[in-house]
Design a protein around this ligand. Sequence first.
Ligand code: BGC
Length: 702
Amino acid sequence: MFSKLTDRDSIDEVIKAMSLEEKARLVIGDSPFRTKGMEQYGIPALVVMDGGTGFNSIQDEQEKAFRAYCKRRSIAGNPVSEDEFVSGMECLDTNKLSALADGKVKAPDLGEMLETRPLTALGCYPPGMFLAATWNPEVISRCGRALGREANSLGIDILLGTPNVNIHRDPLGGRIFEGYSEDPCLVSSLAPAFVKGIMEGGVIANVKHFAANNQETGRMGINEHISERTLREIYLPGFKACVDAGCQTVMSAYNKINGTACAMNKWLLTNVLRDEWGFEGFVMSDWGAAYEEAPAIEAGNDLIMPGPRTSAPLIKAVRNGTLPESVLDDAIRNYLKVLLETPAVKGHLTPDDIDPEEGIRAAYDAACEGITLLKNDGVLPLAEGSKVAFYGRHSREMIASGEGSAEVRTSLNTNVYDAASKLTGEGNVTFGEVREDTDAIIVTVSARGQEGFDRESLAMPDEDRTALYNATAESKRLGLPLIVLLNVSGPIDIADWEPEASAIVCEFFPGMQGGPAMADILFGKVNPSGKLPLTFPKSYGVTPAKDNFGGDGIELTYEEGIYIGYRYYDRHPEAVMYPFGHGLSYSEFEFGEISASVDGGKIAVSVPVANTGLREGSETVQLYVSAPAGKLDKPEKELKGFAKLKIASGETGTAVICVDKEDLASFDEEEGRWVLEPGEYEFMAGASAADIRCSVRVQILA
Ligand code: BGC
């Protein structure tokens, strides 16, 4: 008679009934994107796939290929054993499969499996960098909810990378488009909204990659030397905020921190995550990041992904006493507690439960809020009926998200060319050709974002450079305004061509609704309100981590410490192309008199903001705080809160931003704790990190 998992109270009974072999098996993935099911104990297998921007159907195909492979191996009389490592490539190796199946089954056609896969109508939501540019938790939450519901209906239990909160340490980082910001306060204020939405969708959220996973160079196991203060102040807060918001799973990263791989790092996974932050969910490794099984479980990495993978080292470690069985039991307990909350147990939604319009609306609203107007000499918005000539391949084929785990294959993507044709009339739009009556030239340029590779430079691809060159030449020849759209994974070189552009609009990777949102902004149907979640530097040579980014692929020191992003650029203003927090509107906003009140441990700052422009618009009031001189070296200022206000023309709104006293503390390594130094702090309200409009001093007692 087996004990069955029914509720939390039954977990210990189930663990007691399990053999050591079963326990070891349960904490290791069963296949590329599934965990182990044990029917005898009422434990279902969980489907665990990416991701943060939409359902990754490529992984679904990989999982299917693996299953097909297992089936063929069985037919061939050589079944895949639970301990066998099977690479993805092996599953798709048609020659091997045919030989194995010995003509008994038709081998799958590789081309058929990978290339001719039909596109389906899957939602593609903006990645983290774009979401952060919205500075709007509400719209982020709606994207999360729609995505969560959709994934739920497709059979997913845990949606990976919801969110990815790795900090934008360096603009060349291949995956920075997935992460939210260079600033921990902005990440911590927004990413939890995504967690909330995902949870509302009924699937389990997953925050990744814990921690300081900031480059793809040497991505499996690069050893990062980072000071504790830097980790605590910059690289960890986003994770803590998601844990505080109820995120039930954390993915441990590939890299090492100060000599120990994250998935085997007890300080990180147990001391900080569980003991200090009170995390009650489970930790799963990134795919292949638990380099050794027993040390991973011992450190607090509860689930080792993916499978199949041998469980022999775990069994051996328990038998020889190097891994206490109670630690393995703890891992299972953590895992089963969350498993009870999954759709696999509670029931999945069905496709009939999904309103596809909900996702499209959320993606459109997010796109409208995040597209960021960087420069405008008055050419925008374009008048209704304007005739425009588009250049650049991505005007017609917008990059909605980056490549790798965050990639979504879908038929729902849009582009600005089609959307503009619809808006201003098909006859008013051309591609690659300027007519006599053309009013403006619009060119899209790009920068690739890709898991597995960092960018080599901030240069745009040659094809885009040529398009920009041609568009610029035509604009000069005919005296037409040039509007440049940035469909980019992050900053690119702008300084050399910026003077030629009348307007520059950054759409990052905007998700499936980027096309209509961009067209609506260009033609003034929507007033832009995005703000940069990271600094755009003048060139790569002036960036803070340039001297050690990438390292030698094996070792790397975060020499810049806490001085990344505007914390660095505030001391080097000449290096900035567009500052953190920058973004223009078609309206103008005037900041009134700032005031602050202190109530116990809370400081409330109010700033009236008047919309002096002619149309309704949104302004994001950013509250930065400057600390008095004290024991610890502090940045010039740090973001501590913000409020995005929608204000009608001629009206005044009030931003009220509350800051906890503790949020002003810094981590003192000597004392091994957060320390709040008393004194007079300056609270500054700005429209960007380089555009402070007013400030007030507040006496803070320790
Ligand atoms: C990536 C993760 C991803 C995982 C599963 C890894 O290679 O680093 O971000 O979630 O694969 O697809």
